[in-house]
Design a binder for this molecule. Structure first.
Ligand SMILES: Nc1ncnc2c1ncn2[C@@H]1O[C@H](COP(=O)(O)OP(=O)(O)OP(=O)(O)O)[C@@H](O)[C@H]1O
Ligand SMILES: [Mg+2]
Length: 213
């Protein structure tokens, strides 16, 4: 009776509202009597969380571009193996705050690393696992960075990469959605929190209606 669960990811730039909307969508799915696991990248498993701090803290230029991509994918391989794949196999729905599209947008579109190589590394790290649905939160770089600046802590390595970099990240996510419209849904995240949540729930219920109880 138990069929495999769904894998949903939130993507978008700094401060676009991903962490907020992961929780809102999880709450709505739980109201529909779906068992939900919320998780995040980089991280989402004990070994992957160790790698996270290497990526989100410290000097902007601490890694060679290839090293940064390999570290994200090392964390991702651990995350899939220990958290995502087991939950989906048990019929749970997994919602992840960032996944592979972030590597494509940040390291591919924004840093300019060869996107075909990134795709092949993803294939090797995860067997090519892609989400059933990706919600891309689209917000101006200015609003996103202003929102992110309010968040406390020292996980600001990517935030410090400058506005031009973040414009390329935003354009990269839009291009990813344009190339994969079946999987990706762009959400206007400039609006107030409740309005964004409503758009997210509408998109999830439309895209995954066959799987909802
Ligand atoms: N629609 C919104 N309007 C105004 N503020 C918002 C909205 N959504 C979230 N926020 C606030 O903006 C800040 C950043 O939101 P959140 O942490 O969810 O973004 P994020 O995409 O996870 O950021 P990061 O990339 O830094 O992890 C939080 O203080 C949150 O309460
Ligand atoms: Mg967040």
């Amino acid at each position: 009776m138990n069929i495999s669960g769904k894998f949903i990811t939130f993507e978008g730039g700094e401060g676009s509202g991903k962490s907020t909307q992961v929780l809102q969508l999880a709450r709505w799915l739980e109201e529909q009597e779906i068992e939900v696991v919320t998780t995040r990248e980089p991280g989402g498993a004990p070994s992957a969380e160790i790698v996270r701090s290497l990526l989100v803290e410290g000097a902007v230029d601490r890694w060679q571009p290839i090293s940064e991509i390999l570290l994200h994918n090392a964390a991702r391989a651990e995350h899939i193996a220990h958290t995502v794949a087991p939950a989906i196999a048990e019929g749970k729905w997994v919602i992840s705050d960032r996944y592979a599209d972030s590597t494509m947008a940040y390291q591919g579109y924004a840093h300019g690393f060869d996107r075909e190589i990134i795709r092949r590394i993803h294939e090797a790290a995860t067997g090519g696992l892609m989400p059933d649905l990706t919600l891309i939160l689209n917000v101006s770089v200015e609003s996103g960075l202003a929102r992110a600046g309010k968040r406390s802590g020292d996980e600001d390595r990517y935030e410090r990469m400058g506005p031009e970099f973040h414009e390329r990240v935003r354009a990269g996510f839009l291009e990813i959605a344009r190339r994969d419209p079946k999987r990706c849904c762009i959400i206007d995240a400039e609006a107030e929190l409740e309005t964004v949540s409503r758009s997210v729930i509408d998109a999830a219920s439309t895209h995954l209606k066959g799987a909802l109880p």
